[in-house]
Design a protein around this ligand. Structure first.
Ligand code: PEP
Length: 246
């Protein structure tokens, strides 16, 4: 039995005051039946660590460098995120892939760096609308996951996978539970071919998850929670989504 996990990806939103209010709203609703985490922008991580002291809500980052350390201006290392107390690091989000040109192998290298620091990479995969409409969904997500599987080797069970169809992210257009489950089953099968521990691994769905559609998505057999963008910025919505993750 996999415990569900709901992660909020705040993207480039927030302020010290807004974050404090949001976290206070989440803390007031604890405990949750699922595991939960929030991924604020880098500059706010330290303040969020303090705000989450004594809470079961974990902290994550939205990205990290594939490099250990060095002359990489503007980059943040996985070691720094571990130092701060992060537990999760999102890698390969579609906005990183499309807006910053991140390819499959770079995403895989980031995942390996995250694992090497004892953190959990949340590896995002997902197809564009054009790829779905040309029946490429399965090939695309398998290609994206395959790079990570080969790079992580025996550490594959340490990652969380997030299926995020690009056409559903921030668009209000959600994959139906059946569409999402079909892809999650493909990903589970791919993980099973790579590790005997695949049944214990969590595969999250992301893409316009809201309080109204969370329960039906999370009730699918291979959907183990969600990666939540827009709806993670309102405490009441994020709490409702976490409560739907039974
Ligand atoms: C995301 O950015 O990971 C995401 C799923 O966003 P939204 O929930 O807003 O579609």
């Amino acid at each position: 039995m996999r415990r569900k996990l709901v992660i909020g990806n705040w993207k480039m939103h927030g302020s010290l005051a807004a974050n404090a209010e949001l976290l206070a709203g989440l803390r007031a609703a604890e405990p949750f039946v699922c595991d939960t985490a929030v991924c604020p922008p880098y500059p706010y991580l330290a303040a969020c660590v303090l705000a989450l002291q004594g809470s079961h809500i974990a902290l994550g980052a939205q990205d990290c460098s594939a490099h250990e350390q060095g002359a990489y201006t503007g980059e943040v290392s996985a070691a720094m995120l571990a130092d701060l107390g992060c537990r999760y690091v999102i890698v390969g989000h579609s906005e990183r892939r499309s807006l910053h040109g991140e390819g499959d192998q770079l995403v895989a290298d980031k995942a390996r760096m995250v694992v090497s620091k004892g953190l959990t990479p949340v590896v995002c995969v997902g197809e564009t609308l054009a790829e779905r409409e040309s029946a490429q969904t399965e090939a695309v997500v398998k290609r994206q996951l395959s790079a990570v599987i080969h790079t992580l080797g025996h550490c594959v069970p340490q990652m969380v996978v997030a299926y995020e169809p690009v056409w559903a992210i921030g668009t209000g257009r959600t994959a139906t539970p059946e569409q999402a489950q079909a892809v999650h089953a493909v990903l589970r099968a791919q993980l099973k071919a790579a590790t005997p521990h695949a049944d214990g691994m969590r595969i999250l769905y992301g893409g316009s998850v809201k309080p109204e559609n969370a329960a039906s998505l999370f009730s699918q057999p291979d959907i183990d929670g969600g990666l939540i963008g827009g709806a993670s910025l309102k405490a009441a919505d994020f709490v409702a989504i976490c409560r739907a993750a039974l």
